[in-house]
Design a protein around this ligand. Structure first.
Ligand SMILES: *[C@@H]1O[C@H](CO)[C@@H](O)[C@H](O)[C@H]1NC(C)=O
Length: 340
């Protein structure tokens, strides 16, 4: 730096060739830092692992090509970090995802809540696409309000039915525990009737809603180790299954490189995402032909002129050559990374 400053302040009688190549080196470094580090960063964040404070792990992905193709385009992470589940009936905020006991908790703003009391807002039935690997959890209870008594069989059911709904008939239980103890607001309903019903599918939710003014979903959240330590909360529990494949297990294996399971967005074929490359096996498999992640970089520079693309190419070559020798700190010239 000193010599460079001395040179500019002195008279330019002679131009030492070494200084010229020195400054061109600096510009190459700066160029490569701008052109190359940006693709590297975007590649590292290619599969985001969280949305807000909700972890996003396999089989889910919020970036295309991440996770399992079964769950492609189901989760959307907004710029403000709120996660939403996309279903045929709309987009619903996701509150939590559990991977140990695989389920998502979603809320439906169109469902009845305590503030509504007897003033029912227009509602619509929550639905899930049955072709996905998502299903309504049997741990949900649905409460229907102000149902038409001529269309819906409303009758009190014995305790036995409350515990084993699948062994009881399909009437709507007017004496259910939840109707008598609405979570958070036990006395919110004054005039309207309430009954609890266990639909077998989302289609039957829709059928019920034709004859009832509103409904809500309550799920039982485990709070202790025993299955009886549960509290009722508003929300919809959606179960998912985690597709286990040997490909993905090998890819995630830390001894084999600890990659991220993903897929090719064009073909939906499995890919192991290894940061600097995507392979069809696992990250530390040097034998087979993995294909490099040129696609990722190409995607990042889409729209840039050909000249800039060539510049990136030169930057990659430059970066690889430098990295082979020493750790490089962008913009700082040390003896280790001096090339010319
Ligand atoms: C209850 O349902 C009936 C139709 O079955 C409707 O006329 C009435 O307005 C509903 N009550 C409320 C509070 O929405």
């Amino acid at each position: 730096m000193d010599s460079f400053l001395t040179y500019t302040s002195s008279t330019s009688r002679t131009t030492p060739p070494s200084t010229a190549s020195y400054s061109s080196l600096i510009s190459v470094i700066i160029l490569s830092c701008y052109l190359f580090v940006v693709p590297i960063v975007s590649q590292k964040t290619h599969c985001r692992t969280a949305c807000g404070d909700i972890p996003i792990n396999y089989p889910f992905g919020i970036d295309d090509g991440c996770g399992s193709p079964y769950y492609r385009r189901l989760l959307i992470c907004s710029e403000t970090g709120t996660l939403e589940l996309r279903t045929p009936s709309g987009r619903y905020p996701v509150h939590n995802i559990s991977y140990a006991d695989p389920h998502l908790l979603v809320t439906d703003p169109y469902m009845w809540n305590c503030q509504d009391m007897d003033h029912f807002r227009p509602t619509r039935a929550f639905s899930l696409d049955t072709s996905t690997h998502l299903s309504l959890s049997p741990q949900n209870d649905y409460l229907f309000f102000n149902c038409s008594e001529k269309d819906v069989i409303i009758e009190p059911k014995p305790i036995f039915c409350e515990r084993f709904p699948d062994r009881c008939d399909s009437s709507c239980d007017s004496s259910s525990y939840l109707c008598r103890h609405l979570p958070e607001c036990s006395s919110a309903l004054r005039e309207s009737s309430c009954c609890s019903y266990y639909p077998k599918a989302t289609e039957s939710l829709r059928m019920m809603l034709r004859h009832c003014t509103s409904y809500t979903s309550v799920y039982w959240r485990n709070v202790g180790t025993s299955e009886y330590d549960q509290v009722a909360e508003y929300g919809i529990r959606v179960d998912f299954d985690i597709p286990v494949t040997t490909h993905c297990l090998q890819c995630q294996d830390t001894l084999k490189g600890g990659g991220t399971c993903g897929f090719d967005p064009q073909t939906e074929n499995f890919l192991c995402l290894c940061g600097e490359k995507n392979v069809t096996s696992y990250c530390k498999d040097y034998g087979t032909s993995g294909h490099s992640s040129a696609g990722v970089i190409a995607g990042t520079v889409t729209g840039v002129t050909a000249a800039a693309a060539i510049g990136v190419g030169a930057g990659i070559w430059f970066f690889k050559k430098v990295r082979a020798k020493a750790p490089v700190t962008c913009g700082v010239q040390t003896n280790e990374n001096r090339l010319f």
